[in-house]
Design a protein around this ligand. Structure first.
Ligand SMILES: Cc1cc2nc3c(=O)[nH]c(=O)nc-3n(C[C@H](O)[C@H](O)[C@H](O)COP(=O)(O)OP(=O)(O)OC[C@H]3O[C@@H](n4cnc5c(N)ncnc54)[C@H](O)[C@@H]3O)c2cc1C
Length: 507
């Protein structure tokens, strides 16, 4: 059986659930949320490794329309964030819309009917509009290490933690030094017999000012919700200023590097280890990590830092690029996600028969981070160049929800069967401006290679401005940037058929 809906949302993380709430608030109830897993939560369902927590304060890393006066800590843990998203699904009446255990396998634009034909693992759907919120960090990436298949012990990725396997007393290799790894290391170091950290590039690590939010603060936020709003506003404002340093004044970040170096020196007394842990690129070029427990853990006698990355596995021996070998019982990959090639893109077939992945083979490109040329009535939440270096992704998601809401309003105003198709010229113009602004940012000038850059070295993930600027750029859909497609009845050889055609409306 085929279910026909006005909107199909894909994914039930912050993006998908936020889209669902917004649709209901816009009075649209004819929609489904297709989710491949058995529960909601996205990132916060999948990443339940020891120590997992957000690194943006909870009062900012949550929806503005669903404040939570009861956040337990300034940086809350995964369990609390996941519970928060479950509550959002309940409070906003999203459960009837959820189709769990439903993986989208392929979606194809039907140019005749102006709608998307969606093939899933649990049946077929037809939707007028697709909102793809499949997440920028949802497909774990394990590097192809020669010989990995010969390893006799346990291997898993940080985002697929095997809770059935006890690491206590084992010799464990942690591969990678990104945001997940620096949370995992201090969480497992006291329990394992030996921890070897394979580090290709050292991160910049700033102290994490994490504390329990007091009962008084929570009571105040409950009694006077405006106080929680003020708190959120201040957190937003502070980060807005920090982003400006990354985007406009990277040369002035030296004093931040000094704070990070002091953070390291407090715990790492061995000068040789300090040297190995000191980055040689500008702070901010890769994501700045927050931890007050990472360096103290690295200083413990059961920890080794191998500063040359993992190059080969020979049975139970892990060989580093510098030739040294370490025998271990388990390998944990904290090696991140497929980011710059958006896995869902290979499953979207647009108006010209090409997949989004094929049309993005030179690099991802979208209009205002949302829509792609040749893919009418399809938009993505956290699309190309919507990532943030160090503020809350929820700010960007909510901006994209404004854009989505206006997109749907515009379609409503157009009336009848209509679709909006991003003009290639508008997409290129937007991306030219984005890349132009990117040139002087720390992500492009800071002297590092990061997961923000694609295979061509182009930064297609980060927004080169402040969240407020993005908010302004996505408040409304500019119809001049779109072609309006209509399904119009035409008469051919005496038979009335439907055909999609452009009515050439430009504003
Ligand atoms: C460990 C970790 C910590 C993070 N901490 C922060 C932080 O502190 N601050 C911050 O701003 N950001 C943080 N992020 C980034 C985080 O991913 C975003 O903030 C946000 O959670 C993304 O939400 P999303 O809904 O776009 O994606 P996700 O939460 O990844 O959700 C995507 C959903 O889509 C589903 N899906 C994917 N493909 C399909 C398919 N084909 N069919 C059906 N369903 C599909 C997935 O199962 C998933 O449920 C962190 C990321 C990680 C991994």
């Amino acid at each position: 059986m085929t279910e026909h809906v006005r909107v199909a949302v894909i994914g039930s993380g912050f993006g998908g659930l936020g889209a669902a709430v917004r649709l209901r608030r816009e009075g649209i109830t004819d929609f489904v949320v297709l989710e491949r897993a058995d529960g909601v939560g996205g990132t916060w369902r999948d990443n339940d490794y020891p120590g997992c927590a957000c690194d943006v304060p909870s009062h900012l890393y949550s929806f503005s329309f669903a404040p939570n006066p009861d956040w337990p800590r300034t940086f809350s843990g995964q369990r609390h964030i996941r519970a928060y998203l479950e509550r959002v699904a309940d409070v906003f009446g999203l459960r009837p819309h959820l189709r769990l255990g439903t993986e989208v396998l392929r979606m194809t634009w039907d140019a005749r009917e102006l709608r998307w034909d969606i093939e899933t693992s649990a049946g077929r759907y037809v939707a007028d509009v697709v909102v793809s919120a499949t997440g920028p960090l949802s497909e774990p990436r394990i590097p192809e290490v020669p010989g990995l298949d010969t390893f006799p012990g346990k291997v898993f990725h940080s985002a697929r933690w095997d809770h059935g396997h006890d690491l206590a007393g084992q010799r464990v290799a942690m591969v990678g030094t990104g945001a997940s790894a620096i949370q995992i290391v201090p969480a497992i170091q006291p329990d394992v017999s030996r921890l070897t950290l394979f580090q290709r590039t050292p991160p910049w690590v700033m102290p994490r000012v994490d504390r329990a939010i007091s009962g008084v603060e929570r009571a105040l936020h409950r009694a006077l919700p405006v106080t929680a709003q003020v708190r959120r506003g201040m957190l937003w404002g502070i980060r807005e200023l920090q982003v400006q340093a990354f985007t406009k004044h990277p040369n002035e970040l030296g004093f931040v590097e000094r704070i990070a170096k002091r953070n390291m020196a407090r715990s790492i007394k061995d000068p040789a280890l300090r040297a190995r842990l000191t980055p040689d690129y500008r702070i901010g070029c890769k994501r700045i990590l927050l931890s007050s427990t990472y360096y103290p853990a690295l200083a413990q006698p059961n920890v080794d830092v191998v500063a040359s990355g993992l190059s080969e596995v020979r049975g139970s021996t892990l060989v580093a690029a510098d030739g040294t070998g370490t025998e271990v019982d388990a390998i944990v990959f904290g090696t991140g996600f497929r980011v710059t090639d958006m896995p869902i893109a290979d499953r979207v077939v647009g108006a010209n028969g090409l997949t989004l992945g094929e049309s993005w083979k030179g690099g991802m490109e979208a209009l205002r981070g949302a829509s792609a040329a040749g893919f009418p009535n399809w938009m993505t939440i956290i699309g190309p160049n919507t990532g943030l270096g160090n503020s809350s992704m929820i700010l960007m998601i909510e901006s994209q929800l404004n854009y989505m809401a206006d997109y749907l309003r515009q379609l409503e105003v157009l009336g009848g069967r209509a679709a909006l198709s991003a003009r290639p010229s508008a997409v290129h113009a937007w991306n030219r401006r984005v890349q132009e602004r990117m040139r002087r940012t720390v992500w492009n000038t800071g002297g590092c290679t990061s997961w923000y850059l694609d295979a061509n070295g182009r930064n297609t993930t980060i927004w080169p401005g402040t969240p407020s600027e993005f908010r302004r750029a996505t408040r409304r859909v500019d119809l001049a940037e779109y072609e309006v497609l209509r399904a119009t009845p035409v008469v051919e050889t005496g038979v009335t058929q439907k055909r999609a055609e452009s009515d050439g409306v430009t504003a």
